[in-house]
Design a binder for this molecule. Structure first.
Ligand code: FE2
Length: 221
């Protein structure tokens, strides 16, 4: 079983564990709240890379894996009627465990991790499912008095829908409360972009964690 199949299988396990369809955003005849737009930030990748898959902890050609807490980010891409969107391109980019981005504009002196992929992509399947295996990004200083909490940047594109640029956060991070970007959202929007880190599902490494982030795109009318 290749890695990609494993990820999709893991999401099947989520459903099998009795997580209700409404949790996964599949409730019928209901409206899904649009995922909040947030700043793209200055670190969208500018360097091409050989390895562009959805497993960011392994870089093709490197033997060692990335440093940090392994996390699986699973979810569905949905429309406003909570129906799955197939074929959406989901890109993520993020800092390494140290808080450093692989970007020439990042002046953070924290070290780069040569075994971390920094950017990856996936395409949602017929049930709208996408997945990534990555590490929990480090907090990092945005300015002298502003520490950004761990977050993962997202760009989601599908013909017929507005492109969505947003960021995903993790519950319990002490810097969430004072983050200027997160605080610019309404309480409802904020709830939609902060996820719980949960224990591993069957088939995941024992010390891994997982989270579920569903994304609702706005249809072009
Ligand atoms: Fe960032």
């Amino acid at each position: 079983m290749n890695r990609r199949r494993f990820f999709k299988g893991a999401l099947g396990v989520v459903a099998g564990l009795g997580v209700s369809h409404s949790v996964l955003g599949q409730a019928m005849n209901t409206m899904c709240d649009l995922t909040a737009r947030q700043a793209e930030g200055p670190f969208y990748p500018v360097f091409d890379q050989v390895d562009k898959d959805n497993d960011l902890i392994h870089v093709r050609g490197k033997r060692d894996k990335a440093k940090g807490q392994v996390i699986y980010v699973l979810g569905q891409v949905l429309n406003e009627q909570c129906e799955p969107i197939e074929g959406a391109l989901v890109e993520i980019w993020q800092a390494a465990e140290s808080g450093r981005y692989n970007h020439p504009g990042d002046s953070n002196p924290a070290p780069l991790d040569p075994n971390f992929q920094y950017w990856g992509k996936d395409v949602s399947d017929k049930d709208g499912n996408y997945s990534f295996k990555t590490i929990l990004p480090g907090n990092y200083p945005a300015t002298e008095e502003w520490i950004r909490p761990s977050h993962i940047h997202y760009k989601v594109q599908r013909r017929g829908f507005f492109e969505l640029i947003t960021q995903l956060y993790f519950k319990g991070n002490p810097y969430n409360e004072s983050d200027r970007i997160l605080n610019s959202l309404s309480p409802q929007e904020r709830k939609g972009v902060i996820v719980d880190l949960l224990p591993p599902l069957t088939g995941m490494e024992k010390d891994a964690q997982h989270c579920i982030f569903n994304i609702t795109l706005r249809q072009v009318r």
